[in-house]
Design a protein around this ligand. Structure first.
Ligand SMILES: Cc1cc2nc3c(=O)[nH]c(=O)nc-3n(C[C@H](O)[C@H](O)[C@H](O)COP(=O)(O)OP(=O)(O)OC[C@H]3O[C@@H](n4cnc5c(N)ncnc54)[C@H](O)[C@@H]3O)c2cc1C
Length: 460
């Protein structure tokens, strides 16, 4: 393609076109995961829907690979592409809460903290993930689980409507009553079906929570994990506890005698009244070994949502592996603890996020997100600031995964997969929903224009 075509496209944008000679290029192409270093041909930083339509048409007509970027948090960096066009939505940030209807309209460039901030003024929230700098768009389109998911479901279970620019440049609104098949596919099918420009969510009561970490010596890990596997699936829906195998960061405010110690973590969040929550956490403490860190306390919901932000700033090296988990037999617990003892860096760890309660109330074919009969979504993360550690991180996460995968289900949460896992893993993530997704892909994106994602191939 020639420079003239690029100049013409750039002149028509209300936002910015950032090419390789632009002074902001290196900053604009940076992703959350610094292990990924992609060099797009052009970044279209869109200002509005008209810009998105122009960008999709430009990319398609010039046969450029297209990546769509919301928050840029994706593990394998699927919000960017080498030698192609990035449709960057990060400036499309408006949030409008309707307290009477209990809804919130969210621009596709928002991060979850933008929405939590706006809805908290009304004592409301949407279930999103555990770091407030994650993009709403990528998180939601592949499902979205977090502290409120036992009570209110996945992010997609609270999605009422989405505006989408399709592969042919048409604009469509998708909801239960309009383009219902597209709405079904968007709720879990990732970025496969078009560029979502705005989301309308239902909001839910979540003003204050009783929350925080309880960390136990790794030597107590067997007792804690055995307790957890019985407790979590039958706990009241207000009570969400995710389990982590992690390392205590070697700095304040963590107690110095425990710096760099490997621990078994229970991260609790209770959405009920404080007195009830306190009672529930007290009862839990009585059944467990003595924690070495115990910081559960009342806090505003957005504080909980951003509790891990400072530990995981943009620019670290990340390698992820995930799986859905149904049961945790003793042998799996022992395998986890053996791997935890070998975690390569203080930023690395493993989390088991509950998938139950409200998530189980919907059938597996109610939305594209399939694995609703899992009990946990597992993420193994190998993380460090030093680029020289990249191969160590990859090997460590893969070794950990190899050791525990035999106890797990075949598929993983697509947002916890890297891009080197192969088509079989994508199919396993979607299970029986894959064929319907492939048929809808053929209807809405027959040429697979949107393929920089956990890709669903158009049905043959
Ligand atoms: C530290 C950390 C913590 C996390 N915790 C959680 C958690 O608790 N719960 C959870 O569910 N997930 C969690 N995640 C995973 C997160 O959901 C994914 O990384 C997700 O892809 C991030 O979305 P994004 O918009 O920031 O990503 P981007 O990198 O911008 O995009 C990711 C993918 O989404 C697609 N996409 C983005 N925006 C659009 C759009 N508007 N229209 C169409 N397609 C689009 C892109 O094509 C790309 O394939 C976490 C990730 C990190 C790094």
């Amino acid at each position: 393609m020639n420079d003239e075509a690029i100049v013409k496209f750039a002149q028509g944008l209300r936002g910015a076109a950032i090419g390789r000679n632009h002074p902001d290029y290196d900053e604009a192409r940076k992703l959350y995961n610094a292990m990924i270093d992609k060099r797009p041909l052009l970044i279209a930083r869109c200002a509005d829907v008209a810009d998105v339509i122009a960008a999709v048409n430009f990319g398609r007509d010039n046969k450029l690979p297209i990546a769509v970027r919301g928050g840029g948090h994706n593990g394998p960096g699927l919000g960017s592409v080498d030698d192609g066009l990035v449709v960057d939505l990060s400036n499309m940030k408006g949030v409008r809460v309707d307290p009477a209807k209990r809804t919130v309209r969210v621009g596709a460039g928002c991060v979850t903290g933008d929405v939590d901030h706006a809805t908290h003024a009304f004592g409301q929230a949407v279930p999103f993930g555990i770091i407030s700098t994650t993009g709403v768009a990528g998180l939601t389109l592949s499902g979205g689980h977090g502290y409120l998911s036992r009570k209110y479901g996945l992010a997609i279970d609270n999605l009422l409507e989405a505006d989408v620019v399709l592969a042919d440049g048409r604009f469509a609104t998708a909801s239960e009553t309009e383009n219902a098949d597209l709405f079904w596919a968007l709720r879990g099918g990732g970025g496969n079906f078009g560029v979502v420009t705005s989301f309308l969510f239902r909001t839910n009561p979540a003003g204050f929570v009783y929350a925080g970490p309880l960390a136990f010596e790794l030597g107590d890990g067997t007792a804690v994990m055995r307790w957890y596997r019985e407790f979590q699936p039958t706990a009241p829906e207000d009570f969400y506890v995710f389990l982590g195998l992690q390392v205590i960061p070697p700095h304040d405010p963590f107690p110095q005698e425990h710096w760099s110690k490997k621990v078994c973590l229970l991260m609790v969040s209770h959405t009920g009244p404080t007195t009830e929550a306190e009672k529930a956490v007290k009862a839990m403490r009585a059944e467990l070994p003595k924690p070495i860190v115990d910081w559960a306390q009342p806090m505003p919901y957005p504080v909980l949502q951003s509790l891990f932000d400072a530990l995981y700033p943009k620019g670290l090296q990340w390698y992820w592996k995930g799986d859905f988990v149904k049961t945790l037999p003793d042998a799996a617990i022992e395998a986890h603890l053996a791997c935890a003892a070998k975690l390569p860096t203080v930023f690395s760890g493993m989390h088991l996020y509950p998938i139950d309660a409200a998530v189980h109330r919907r059938k597996s074919d109610a939305t594209a997100w399939h694995c609703r009969d899992a009990t946990w979504s597992m993420a193994i993360i190998a993380v460090d600031p030093d680029p020289a550690q990249a191969s160590v991180l990859k090997k460590s996460a893969r070794d950990y995964w190899e050791a525990v995968h035999p106890f797990n289900l075949a598929g993983a949460y697509p947002n916890f997969m890297m891009d080197d896992e192969g088509e079989a893993r994508v199919r396993a993530a979607y299970g029986d929903n894959y064929q319907r997704l492939a048929t809808l892909k053929k209807k809405y994106d027959p040429a697979n224009l949107f393929r920089v994602n956990q890709n669903i191939r158009p049905a043959g």
